[in-house]
Design a protein around this ligand. Structure first.
Ligand SMILES: Cc1cc2nc3c(=O)[nH]c(=O)nc-3n(C[C@H](O)[C@H](O)[C@H](O)COP(=O)(O)OP(=O)(O)OC[C@H]3O[C@@H](n4cnc5c(N)ncnc54)[C@H](O)[C@@H]3O)c2cc1C
Length: 282
């Protein structure tokens, strides 16, 4: 099956997520273009196989057990180019470090807020990622998706962008972004300042999936967790970060069940039914 497609079988899922947690994945496919993606989806459909689209794995919690869904990675969709003045087209598999470097090299400003987030363009658009009061949706002109066997463009107004939510149902192939003209040195300076703030405030050198819970209606889960004195609480190898109460970190040998138990513990102790920001596949 999936004969002509680049693939890895029986993979260690830890290697495909920033949490470094997970059991064995049956297969990961790396289609190189839309034709290959189309054939992958057709084969999934014909064989009644469920699939999961993986970006950079910076927001997912894989299960400890055998994961038998077909994982599709768009890492080979990695073109980024200026298509007209101040407008860039970036494919889904481009990671945000590469995108930010490209933007700085082309003196295009706006996305410096995203520097240091270990995401792919596809995952960041899907999650409507953001930081420092900005979100990727502020820069989106249109999104190219693959849905029901066809390539389509969604204009920004047709997308239900909300806080950490896009509602996009197809597979994101790429995005057109509107930037501003800027000065390369200033852009790099701003990127580095933002990265320094991250390193100062977040457990940046530890394995995590970013913020565990979403902020909702002005409620900041990290603040409540911190106020309750829960920083540093551990279950197995998972720990509520001592540096930032909104993060759960993997101290090296954490299991998905440890993270899930810690999430339950937080909800129980705070009496809050926080909505998850991470995508739990376990
Ligand atoms: C240290 C650290 C710091 C972080 N800081 C931030 C931050 O400041 N702000 C923020 O918003 N997030 C942050 N995150 C979380 C994470 O980086 C974002 O949620 C990011 O958008 C996930 O992108 P990804 O490519 O890794 O997606 P993945 O984690 O691989 O996938 C996330 C979801 O997107 C879907 N998806 C991925 N690619 C596609 C595609 N091409 N088409 C359709 N669906 C797709 C997946 O199916 C999944 O449901 C941080 C994470 C870490 C580890």
């Amino acid at each position: 099956m999936f004969d002509s497609i680049e693939k890895l079988e029986d993979v260690c899922l830890k290697d495909f997520c920033t949490f470094k947690i997970g059991g064995i994945g049956k297969i990961i496919l790396f289609p190189k273009n839309v034709l290959e993606l189309k054939s992958v989806l057709k084969e999934c459909k014909n064989n009644n196989l469920k699939y999961f689209i993986l970006g950079n794995g910076s927001n997912v919690l894989f299960p400890d057990y055998y994961f038998d869904k077909v994982i599709i990675s768009l890492k080979n969709f990695n073109v980024v180019k200026v298509i007209r003045q101040n407008v860039v087209y970036a494919e889904s598999g481009v990671n945000l470090f590469a995108l930010n470097k490209f933007l700085a090299d082309n003196s295009l400003a706006g996305l410096e807020f995203s520097f240091g987030i270990p995401a792919s363009v596809g995952g960041f658009v899907y999650m409507n990622g953001g930081a420092f009061g900005q979100e990727i949706s502020n820069f989106v002109l249109r999104v190219k998706i693959f849905e029901n066997g066809k390539v389509k463009w969604l204009s920004r107004k047709d997308i239900d962008f909300q806080y950490r939510h896009s509602g996009i149902s197809g597979i994101i192939l790429g995005v057109e972004l509107k930037l501003q003209s800027g000065d390369k040195k200033n852009i790099i300076k701003k990127q580095q300042e933002n990265l320094a703030i991250r390193k100062e405030n977040q457990p940046y050198n530890k394995f995590s999936a970013g913020s565990i819970f979403k902020r909702e209606n002005g409620c900041i889960p990290a603040k409540i967790i911190d106020t309750m004195g829960l920083k540093g609480v551990k279950i197995g190898g998972a720990e509520i970060s001592k540096k930032h109460a909104g993060f759960i970190v993997n101290n090296g040998d954490a299991k998905a069940i440890d993270v899930i138990a810690l999430i339950q513990f937080i909800k129980h102790k705070t009496h809050m039914n926080f909505e998850l920001e991470i995508v739990v596949l376990a």
